[in-house]
Unconditional design. Structure first.
Length: 68
């Protein structure tokens, strides 16, 4: 079974939590884009960028651990 990962964002009264299996990062980024493009959504493109960046940093750290 693959590891379950989580990213979360608190924005004012809203809380966004994304849980996904390792290896499905592209699907989560697609979900960020879908949510950011919804009319009336409080989740915007900046939020999508911040969470995408966090995901990338986590992957970078994991690769560094494997390589080091």
């Amino acid at each position: 079974m693959k590891e379950i990962r989580q990213l979360s964002l608190v924005k004012g009264p809203e809380r966004y939590v994304f849980r996904y299996q390792a290896g499905h990062e592209a699907d989560v980024i697609d979900a960020f884009a879908s949510l950011a493009s919804e009319t009336g959504s409080e989740f915007d493109w900046f939020d999508a960028a911040v969470l995408s960046y966090q995901m990338g940093r986590r992957l970078e750290m994991e690769l560094d651990q494997v390589a080091g």
